[in-house]
Design a protein around this ligand. Sequence first.
Ligand SMILES: [Zn+2]
Length: 114
Amino acid sequence: MHEMSLAVNIVELVSTKAKAVGGQRVTSVELEAGKLSGVMIEALLFCFEAASRDTPAEGARLEIREVEGCGRCLDCGHSFALDSLLAQCPQCGGYAVDAVQGRELKVLSLTVDE
Ligand SMILES: [Zn+2]
């Protein structure tokens, strides 16, 4: 995962949204990041700060909500906590596991100062 390009995308998205509602400055951004999305939170925070310089998002607080990984076995249907995309079903030992949660990466909301 390339945190810098991700940060640039987030800054562009929230800057566009801020302008659309006539806001001057983005004060906070709430982001949902699944634990299986491969994003390094620390790196993303750092990149966001750099990418937001001289944009309406400069100085905005980036709040990241981490989403736990959850997998479902395609063989036996068992659901379990997942911390890697290469997991083994604890019930039947199968490797056909579908990540049903934890790969999310999206902006949930933002706060704009008018
Ligand atoms: Zn299974």
